[in-house]
Design a binder for this molecule. Structure first.
Ligand code: ADP
Ligand code: ASP
Ligand code: MG
Length: 406
């Protein structure tokens, strides 16, 4: 008998037929004598609709009311799945985030889980019940409902698995695992049987939305065995594990892209100590995450261009922060471009194999794609290019690293 946490995403609970199918799958695991806790998302498209309604009335930053609205999709699906299981004779009960509770901080809209009090869920499992838990939701120290950021149900599931010390956490979704690239963009993408936490963390943070980045962070921290599987098929899947469990290291594990950043260039900014601090300090204080940064060497020793990226949704805010610090910064002008894409290649094998960057740059050059910014980490190389070439770049790199299925 195992203790399993399974999470079903939006497309897996998209309508009543899908919910009944999920109930059948959960019942099969329960009938084999396992303890199972299920985390569910809202029906596909529901959270998008809720976010849009909030934005139509209020375009400013998230506050508690945003969370009150957008968390409601999950209340519907937990209730429906519990009813569907009861109809099959399985003792199931719905749990909202605050009932568990998933305690979080007060960052409404993208709150972080600080503690999961899992005694209630553990008691439910001990009685032979199946708890059906709302993903994405938490409760702040002020006693208000919080949400964990888009895709946050993955993190709810991993946090619950860690708190319950579960044997495994399954993320059940509309693809059959983690692929070498988004299978919707690259039809020849190949499923990986295993991937390390580190690589998955980079893939998720560089745009592979199959797992929320924080869920991978949490799985790595608590050593939760994570498996990404299809909600519709009975075999396949990808294990996300510690590096010690993977014997053969591929050079590259995947290619990702993200169109969620914007590029900002300060033209002719003074090249003197303190400039970077005067720029990036206020941006950080405003809660803006700066990602890629390049600074050219000043030819005249006096001024240089400074280019960096920020989340596209924060571009206007970033520009006004720069504007209000313009006297301290002294630059000629600011250029900005929201139409950029970040393409990344990821693999722990990069540490021991040479030539990964060369292959990337040649493949892009062959397609006439200009690289605007480059950044690297030990297991990742990212380039910023014009957004219109994003899909072409991903496909070309996928082929260049020899991933395309025969
Ligand atoms: P869910 O609603 O189940 O949470 P998501 O839409 O959040 O599902 O995540 C699954 C999607 O992630 C897939 O449909 C796929 O298009 C996308 N995806 C992006 N990159 C990858 C990748 N490397 N491997 C698998 N899926 C990926
Ligand atoms: N329903 C939420 C969203 O769409 C959470 C999730 O699906 O993981 O972002
Ligand atoms: Mg998701």
């Amino acid at each position: 008998m195992a203790l399993i946490v399974q999470k079903y995403g939006g497309t897996s609970v998209a309508d009543l037929d899908h919910i009944k199918r999920v109930a059948d799958r959960v019942k099969a695991i329960y009938d084999q004598g396992n303890q199972i806790a299920v985390v569910v998302s809202a029906m596909a498209g529901v959270t998008d609709q809720l976010v849009q309604w909030v934005r139509e009335i209020e375009t400013k930053q998230s506050n508690g009311e945003y969370d009150t609205v957008v968390s409601t999709g999950e209340q519907v699906t937990v209730g429906l799945l519990a009813i569907a299981l009861q109809a099959l004779g399985v003792p199931a009960r719905s749990w909202l985030g605050w009932q568990v509770p998933f305690e979080t901080n007060c960052f409404y809209g993208s709150a972080r889980i600080t503690n999961v009090k899992s005694e209630g869920i553990a008691g439910c499992l001990a009685k032979g019940e199946v708890p059906i838990v709302a993903g994405f939701q938490g409760i702040s120290p002020e006693g208000r409902i919080t949400t964990l950021g888009r895709g946050g149900s993955d993190t709810s599931a991993v946090a619950l698995a860690a708190a319950l010390n579960a044997d495994r956490c399954d993320i059940c979704t509309d693809v059959n695992g983690v692929f070498t690239a988004d299978p919707r963009i690259v039809p020849g993408a190949q499923k990986l049987d295993k991937i390390t936490y580190e690589e998955m963390l980079e893939m998720a943070s560089q745009g592979a939305k199959v797992l929320q980045t924080r869920s991978v962070e949490m799985a790595m921290k608590h050593n939760v065995t994570l498996r990404v599987i299809s909600s519709f098929l009975d075999s396949g899947g990808t294990f996300v594990l510690g590096e010690e469990n993977i014997v053969e290291q591929e050079k590259i594990s995947g290619v990702t892209y993200s169109c969620e950043e914007a590029k900002v260039t300060l033209v002719s900014v003074s090249d003197k100590p303190g400039t970077a601090a005067a720029l990036f300090g206020p941006l950080a204080e405003a809660g803006i995450n700066v990602d890629m940064i390049v600074q050219n060497i000043a030819e005249d020793g006096k001024s240089t261009d400074m280019t960096f990226t920020v989340p596209r949704s924060d571009l206007q805010k970033a520009l006004s922060v720069i504007e209000s610090n313009s006297i301290k910064l002294s630059f000629k002008r600011v250029d900005s471009d929201p139409n950029v894409a970040k393409i990344s290649v990821i693999g722990v094998g990069m540490r021991s194999h040479a030539g990964v960057a060369g292959t990337m740059f040649s493949a892009l050059a062959e397609k006439g794609i200009n690289i605007q910014v480059i950044s690297t980490s030990e297991i990742k190389i990212s380039v910023l290019i014009s957004e219109e070439y994003a899909e072409l770049a991903v496909r070309s790199l996928h082929a260049a690293y020899g991933f395309d299925a025969e």
